[in-house]
Design a protein around this ligand. Structure first.
Ligand code: 0RA
Length: 638
């Protein structure tokens, strides 16, 4: 018997080693990738464990700190990981949690353990991918400590003093042998922590970044209002149709759902959804259930109230979601995460529950609060009317002259190349810059589309006005892929769509307008990395026959240092039009020598924030923002 036990113990040990070795050999299998996302996943994995304690009601405060040496420390006031020896393995429970794959879960079983996608892989994965990790546990009046190197314990857990509270501290440094870049980004971490604070009302999450200035930056997130507060936050700076978000929740067979919605007077739909605290960017069953119930509840109320008489005027899904800001949050025991980025909830049972809860709650809320229902119904009916009018206008236009996307705009100087993969289009501000660009370009693969002045502010315009705006139609026609619901990325005629504007405040404004437009109506292009920003130089330094270009003041300083003692002249370019075609080609358009910034959707919430400030109703914050960021706006990841 003893012999057998020994063998078992040995086998177990070997398995443990193999487990963490496997993680180090193929880290991407466990954390998705070893780039920025994978690196930050380490932090979120540790935080998720603390969040679990909070969900169960044992933890009220979590602190995350980025330290100067490149390490991260996560402190919580939960129960603390158990330290007693785990019978079968002969090791402390904490060591099991930190060295065994998938032993991350609680022994007592959490109903809503995050187990799908890349979340919930366990803190042992973080341990395996850390140069070192220190754990400190406060439990039963004592402090306990243990240190690991690349997943291997450096001695057993040992008592290290007394304590008057409970909790866990996990302090680790990501391994540079695994991650090419081990620098954490404060903005990515604080964004997620803020989101977690909204999703866990009452919980306090503190983020401290000690890597930046001498004065560490500290942010404290605490929202009593939960997802209603998140909806208000997303709608800030906007005109809302009812002062407070509508909130309802329900529960059945261990699945919980909560929803908060608030309409604004805009035309954009903004639904954020979560399953077990993970953002489901691709939506899924819960969102489908919500959307279908929302439409049904509005149609049902409209019919009951005699607002909907005409059959043609029955609102459709898109009609009831213009100006809708909503957050749908579910907790579900066995979440199935599907889709390209594993952010789509699969569970069909989530759909039926969300649908039931949404329909019955909304119906009674509307019934009991006609003053709340009225502005929403009025807005929906306006949208329906605008849709019908737009449809009639399109039919008319189609008959009259085929203004459809078949005819390319007259101002477009197209390229000879027909293969979209190697074709580029420059969208240029103004006819004069357009003229220079036409002379400068390589017409074999570069097309130029000049825009006249500023395009419409799409956030404030409804689909009807957008579709009839000439500049927008020119862009849509030139790109060939349609707009909004008719959008099809396969038809894109140029895989690089390059926004080229002046390096001044007006240029920044036009660029932001264009980005808003692409983000709202051609989102797949932004997501697919087709949108770029050209970076024209700010200065030319001429020394004899040599020209040097500088893209900012710092570069200018460098150039001038290199020319010490020589005679030179500096020209500051106020616009693209001041460059001759040769200069424009060399500095901004020639693929061999230019710098392009690829536009990415870093984060839907962040995008929403920037666009809200820049495009929303409140004028002051917008003006301030543009003044402050006129130069650097280029580098914003929208
Ligand atoms: C296993 C069991 C228990 C708690 C934890 C793990 C735990 C893990 C982490 C990771 C970060 N913070 C944490 N806090 C707790 C249950 C403990 C009990 O029953 O007392």
């Amino acid at each position: 018997m003893v012999e057998k036990n020994n063998r078992d113990y040995g086998a177990d040990n070997i398995q443990v080693l193999e487990g963490l070795e496997a993680v180090r050999k193929r880290p991407s299998m466990y954390i998705g990738n070893v780039g920025t996302e994978g690196l930050h996943h380490l932090v979120f994995e540790v935080v998720d464990n603390s969040i679990d304690e909070a969900v169960m009601g044992f933890c009220s405060r979590i602190e995350v700190a980025l330290l100067k040496d490149g390490s991260v420390r996560v402190v919580d006031d939960g129960r603390g990981i158990p330290v007693e020896t785990h019978g079968a393995v002969g090791k402390s429970a904490v060591e099991v949690v930190l060295t065994r794959l998938h032993a991350g879960g609680k022994f007592d079983g959490t109903a809503y353990r995050i187990s799908g996608g890349l979340h919930g892989v366990g803190v042992s994965v973080v341990n395996a991918l850390s140069e070192w990790l220190e754990v400190e546990i406060h439990r039963e009046g004592k402090v306990w400590k243990q240190r690991y190197k690349r997943g291997k314990p450096q001695g057993e857990i040992r008592e290290a003093g007394v304590s008057d509270h409970t909790g866990t501290v996990i302090h680790f440094k990501p391994d540079s042998l695994i991650f090419p870049d081990t620098h954490f980004r404060g903005d990515i971490i604080s964004q997620r922590l803020k989101e977690l604070a909204f999703l866990n009302p009452g919980l306090t999450i503190v983020f401290r970044d000690e890597t930046q200035a001498e004065e560490p930056e500290e942010k404290i997130y605490h929202f009593e209002g939960g997802i209603s507060a998140l909806v208000s936050h997303l709608n800030r700076g906007k005109e809302v149709l009812h002062p407070e978000p509508i909130y309802f929740s329900g529960e059945k067979e261990e699945i919980k759902v909560e929803v908060a919605i608030q309409y604004n007077d805009g035309y954009v739909e903004n639904i954020l959804s979560f399953a077990n605290n993970i953002r489901t960017d691709e939506g899924g069953a819960h969102v489908t259930g919500f959307k279908s119930a929302l439409t049904r509840a509005i149609v049902h109320y409209g019919e009951k109230r005699g607002i909907l008489k005409d059959k043609e005027e029955v609102p459709m899904g898109n009609d009831v979601r213009e100006g809708l800001c909503a957050v749908v949050n579910v907790l579900i025991p066995n979440p199935q995460f599907e889709g390209q980025t594993k952010t789509k909830l699969g569970n069909p049972e989530a759909r039926s529950l969300v649908e039931e809860v949404t329909f019955s709650s909304l119906s009674s809320i509307f019934e009991e609060n006609p003053d709340l229902a009225r502005p929403i119904m009025e807005k929906v009916m306006q949208t329906v009317k605008a849709r019908l009018a737009a449809k009639r206008a399109r039919e008319l236009a189609r008959k009259k002259d085929s203004l459809d996307s078949i005819s390319l705009p007259g101002k477009l100087a197209d390229c000879a190349e027909k293969n979209p993969e190697i074709s580029e289009i420059f969208i240029v501000e103004g006819d004069s810059a357009g003229g220079s660009a036409k002379q400068a370009r390589d017409r074999r693969f570069q097309a130029i589309l000049p825009l006249r002045g500023k395009i419409l502010n799409v956030e404030k315009a409804n689909i009807h006005r957008i579709l009839s705006n000439q500049e927008i139609r020119n862009i849509a026609a030139a790109l060939g892929c349609g707009l909004g619901f008719d959008f099809s990325r396969e038809k894109l005629r140029y895989h690089k769509v390059i926004i080229m504007t002046d390096a001044d405040v007006d240029g920044a404004h036009i660029r932001t307008l264009l980005l808003t437009f692409f983000y709202r109506y051609m989102k797949p292009l932004v997501e697919g990395g087709n949108i770029y920003i050209a970076l024209p130089p700010l200065y030319r330094v001429r020394e004899g026959k040599n020209d040097y270009y500088a893209f900012d003041d710092e570069e200018l300083e460098q150039v001038l240092q290199g020319l010490r003692g020589k005679k030179y002249t500096i020209q500051r370019y106020k616009g693209l039009g001041e460059m001759n075609p040769e200069q424009l080609w060399v500095t901004t358009m020639n693929p061999e020598t230019r710098t392009l910034k690829q536009v990415t959707v870093q984060d839907a919430i962040e995008a929403e924030e920037i666009f809200s400030v820049l495009m929303g109703d409140a004028v002051e914050p917008r003006r301030d923002f543009i003044r402050e960021h006129a130069r650097e706006v280029v580098n914003l990841d929208i």
